[in-house]
Design a protein around this ligand. Structure first.
Ligand SMILES: [Mg+2]
Length: 294
């Protein structure tokens, strides 16, 4: 279990670090500038160091820390961690979350609704999907996972499309943590959802930050790749919101593969590896306590 939890967190961070190189680029621009990106090399629009991660990993860490601080009722503490991150003045806060921060006045859910209205109803970004995995890592029971996954998404993303994608994602994570096969878990969980049709075919939408489009690309890479490398290299070289799509897909693939089998040259490059390691151990401990209590 610890190996899977470590694999999930490192999978998110590795996808983020590799994909950061190509974020907002088109496939053609990537080909012209890099040929193919198949390693963690840094650069890109945020000019990251090789192994530096972006908002995707930072907010995943914030969710994990909120759970670690108060596992019975972590929402407020997740919010405190979001604000701590915001106060570090990060260069890459996504649009929905930026507007929510601007409107936050003590109540996340009100701020999310206000941001939704301000954005003309367009609050279905992928910014909650990219950070939701720690909930599935920490809690062994599906009803608790679903309740917290929805609430945590609604803190910033009012649109049900965002929380719907988070729930499907964490339900898949739940199965993989219980040693089910990743591809069959995906196919079971997308049954009778908007993601069922042609899930394994190349999506006819851009790999952008709209949560439905991001999720379609994530499922596409996961259903059509066998190795962790294939998943994140595929997502990285499509460009668009590549760091986030690689992070989301990398999280589930990392869970399946486990930390020990993730490529060393990726794990070693991550600047945050000590922090991620510590958090994974703490989440694992919470999971053990929660298992004893149920
Ligand atoms: Mg990012």
């Amino acid at each position: 279990m610890l190996d899977r939890i470590l694999g999930g967190l490192f999978g998110v961070a590795i996808g983020d670090a590799m994909g950061a190189t190509t974020e907002f680029m088109s496939q053609k621009e990537i080909e012209k500038e890099h040929g193919i990106v198949d390693d963690i090399i840094g650069g890109g629009c945020w000019d990251v160091l090789p192994g530096e991660t972006t908002d995707d990993t930072a907010m995943t860490i914030a969710v994990a820390k909120g759970i670690i601080t108060n596992r019975n009722n972590p929402i407020d503490d997740m919010g405190k961690e979001f604000l701590k991150w915001k106060n570090t003045d990060p260069k890459d806060i996504g649009i929905t979350i930026r507007v929510v921060f601007d409107r936050f006045n003590g109540n996340w859910f009100e701020a999310a609704k206000s941001a939704h209205d301000y954005l003309d109803g367009k609050s279905a970004g992928n910014g909650s999907l990219m950070r939701c995995l720690p909930i599935a890592l920490a809690y062994p029971k599906l009803d608790k996972i679903e309740e917290l996954t929805i609430a945590h998404s609604k803190m910033t993303h009012y649109d049900d499309l965002a929380s719907e994608a988070c729930v499907i994602y964490n339900r898949i994570a739940y199965r993989v943590l219980n040693n089910e096969d990743l591809k069959s878990s995906i196919l079971d969980e997308i049954k009778n959802t908007r993601y069922e049709k042609n899930a394994a075919s190349k999506p006819d939408c851009p790999p952008d930050g709209f949560v439905v489009n991001s999720m379609k690309w994530v499922l596409y890479w996961l259903l059509n790749s066998d190795t962790f490398e294939e998943v994140i290299i595929g997502a990285t070289n499509m460009g668009g919101d590549s760091d986030t799509i690689a992070a989301i897909a990398g999280g589930l693939k990392g869970l399946e593969v486990g930390y020990e089998k993730l490529p060393n040259h990726f794990k070693d490059k991550l600047l945050d590896k000590a922090k991620l390691n510590e958090l994974a151990h703490q989440l694992h401990e919470i999971r053990e306590q929660e298992t004893l209590n149920t």
